[in-house]
Design a binder for this molecule. Structure first.
Ligand code: F1P
Length: 341
């Protein structure tokens, strides 16, 4: 995280400098919509990124799997800024989407880890996330840094569009706190390991989160699937009552993202629904949750930046669950580091 922030924050003016963006102030002001494309973990990071852009720059934004986008003959709109996200910078579904967009005259930025990779070369500009080499197949630290990169992009666009300076200041202070807070989460690894050993016997797990917490739930369930092979589903917390509640029973543990924000009471109500059906609950929260069987308490940051911290204990949970099950974590079955076909 230090590396993605380094040299990009200007504390005096509560703003950020993104040299390689290649998007001048006039162009940035003309952006009416932002569409973020990525696959797997990068798609989930893009979902959080879209939320940050809407919250901090008030530009309508959404994320879509690049693998869907490229096959559905999408409307390519000149007032939309497209952002391609990829750790490797080589994922073919993302590259194909970028090439198609470029053919249709769209402006495409890349948010990429590997310097000089195909997607970075093809894009009109963008940001490197400086997560360093991802030595294992699944993406972890790059997820965190990609979300931080989106926070910087959102701040930058917000400032260009003259949104509140105090918001910029608040978010910059929050970003500065992240490395120390992540360090504290990593110190609680022993506690997470014990929990993982307890949950390792589950056949299936449910993950829920609301708004900012939903992409965290998606990413946590993907990490668990990828390295432990436990079946996992992620739902927006309010969707539970529209069907998945039928699955809840003692043998299906639920991992719930419960940040201390404006949606806390709503999220607690979801925990009650699960408890009423004798479901076991592991909460990731900023304080102990009475309805949960276990709570992993994480440090609080600004509401918008909480997803960055809440994902990390769940990466550790997936890791220790897989370890307890004797899985080959660095080389999960059926997966490749980058999917180039
Ligand atoms: C995308 C991705 C990873 C996933 C797996 C397959 O890669 O879906 O998120 O963990 O390794 O590829 P990338 O485009 O971010 O390199």
């Amino acid at each position: 995280v230090d590396r993605v922030l380094r040299g990009r924050i200007d504390d005096r003016f509560s703003t950020v400098h993104l040299g390689g963006l290649n998007l001048d102030a006039r162009e940035a002001r003309g952006v009416r919509r932002i569409k973020i494309l990525g696959c797997g973990t990068s798609y989930h990071a893009g979902m959080i990124g879209a939320g940050l852009i809407e919250e901090l720059a008030r530009i309508p934004a959404d994320a879509e799997p690049a693998s869907e986008f490229r096959y559905r003959n999408p409307v390519v709109d000149p007032d939309t800024l497209y952002v391609a996200v990829s750790q490797s910078g080589e994922t073919y579904d993302v590259l194909a989407a970028v090439q198609e967009l470029k053919r249709k005259g769209a402006r495409v930025l890349g948010v990429v880890n590997v310097v000089g990779s195909a997607i970075a070369r093809e894009a009109d500009g963008g940001m490197y996330v400086h997560a360093g080499p991802e030595v294992c197949v699944v993406s972890t630290k790059c997820f965190t840094n990609t979300v931080v990169a989106f926070a910087l992009l959102a701040l930058h666009l917000g400032r260009i569009r003259d949104l509140s300076v105090s918001d910029g200041k608040r978010i910059i202070e929050g970003l500065r706190k992240l490395p120390e807070q992540i360090g504290r989460i990593l110190e609680s690894e022993d506690e997470i390991k014990k929990l993982a050993e307890e949950y390792a016997g589950a056949q299936s797990m449910m993950f829920i989160g609301r708004v900012r917490g939903y992409p965290v739930a998606l990413e946590a369930s993907l990490k668990l699937k990828e390295i432990s092979y436990i079946h996992a589903e992620a739902y927006p917390a309010s969707e539970l009552k529209h069907g998945p509640l039928a699955l809840i029973e003692p043998a299906l543990p639920t991992v719930a993202i419960v940040p201390d924000d404006d949606l806390l009471e709503k999220n607690r109500a979801a925990l009650e629904e699960i408890k009423a059906r004798s479901g076991r609950i592991l909460a990731v929260a900023h304080r102990e949750q009475e309805k949960a069987d276990h709570t992993i308490v994480v440090p609080k940051n600004e509401n918008e930046l909480d997803p960055i911290l809440m994902g990390i204990p769940l990466q550790l949970l997936a890791y220790h669950t897989a370890l307890a099950m004797g899985r080959d974590i660095d080389k999960p079955r059926n997966l490749a580091k980058s999917v180039t076909v």
